[in-house]
Design a protein around this ligand. Sequence first.
Ligand SMILES: Cc1cc2nc3c(=O)[nH]c(=O)nc-3n(C[C@H](O)[C@H](O)[C@H](O)COP(=O)(O)O)c2cc1C
Length: 358
Amino acid sequence: MSLSVSIASQSENLISVHQPLTLGLGSVTALAPMQDVTDICFMNVIAEYGCPDYFFTEYFRVHESSRLDKPILRSITENTTGKPIFAQMIGESIPDLVRIAKLLSDYPVAGIDLNMGCPAPRIYRKNVGGGLLRDPDKIDRILGELRANVAGRLTVKMRIGFEDTSEFDRVLSLIDKHNIDLLSLHGRTVKEAYHGAVHYDAIAQAVARLRCPVLANGNVSSAATAMSVLSQTQAAGVMIGRSAIRNPWIFRQIWEALSGAEITVVTLEQVREYIDRLYRMPTAQAVPEKSRISHLKMYLNYIGQSVDAEGGFLREMRRAKNEVELFDICDRYLLTHPQGVFSPEPYPGIFARPKCED
Ligand SMILES: Cc1cc2nc3c(=O)[nH]c(=O)nc-3n(C[C@H](O)[C@H](O)[C@H](O)COP(=O)(O)O)c2cc1C
């Protein structure tokens, strides 16, 4: 089943929370929620290079004393991209999930999204995020209460299981039972974290099994990969995380691939400008140089995967001690041959190693 969207009319179609996510033409794209990355400033940068059809907030933590996190709320209240944004929650306390979902519903959100996929041990040990996948009875109760109390769309982002896929079919039946409006599915188990191949066959299974649209997530690294994943899974669209940090042109390139247009070639010079944009983001301005540098290095870890096949940029960039050193390295690798091509895929064997990967 495919998610709405004739590209031209998507915002009008989807912005009203009371409208169901209906069928339409074409496939859709979404920027995956990424904690400490996909804030309002990053969303604005992405939107300039080629906007996805949907955004998701970083997760709002939900517990007994939780309030709406103000910086995350800004990605909803200050969203001028013209594209709908879903508000994501992570938690396990049913009354508090209902309470926060109701608070969030007062804001201009496309829907409320529940995180059932976070693989960080400090998170899943509390039985939240991916930890919920160990307890389908609890999922049943949470989704039942949220469905009963959320007037607009209710969506889920999850993985295909905790340790293995033994409960996958049961969890899918709960997604159907509670009339979830959209499932974003990372085709790995919690224990697989980010390692190994993505099980696109499991995503195809969900697409075939569910009434709601499914967004395929996990290692969608280029327009070509997106086309292949859409064809393998028949998903309504793709959700992209790390490759959108590496290559913010990816949503535009996917749109071009879907519409049969020539795919934009990105030059090293354009990537150098993108790095400047990241460094000039207002969030970066507010912190001391050392923190700004380490925050920029987080992005550069992804970008560097497509700069040179030998990984020289990544090695040197990681050792840079200050702004001058770091930008010298960027200039050397990106402006010596400014018209050089930024690889649409990460070079084989070149890995990003940012500190935090939830
Ligand atoms: C730095 C980072 C932060 C993340 N934070 C969240 C989050 O807040 N909520 C969530 O559902 N997933 C989070 N994820 C998972 C991504 O949304 C996505 O499912 C995962 O990265 C796989 O997609 P990709 O291969 O396109 O990156 C995070 C991933 C990364 C790398």
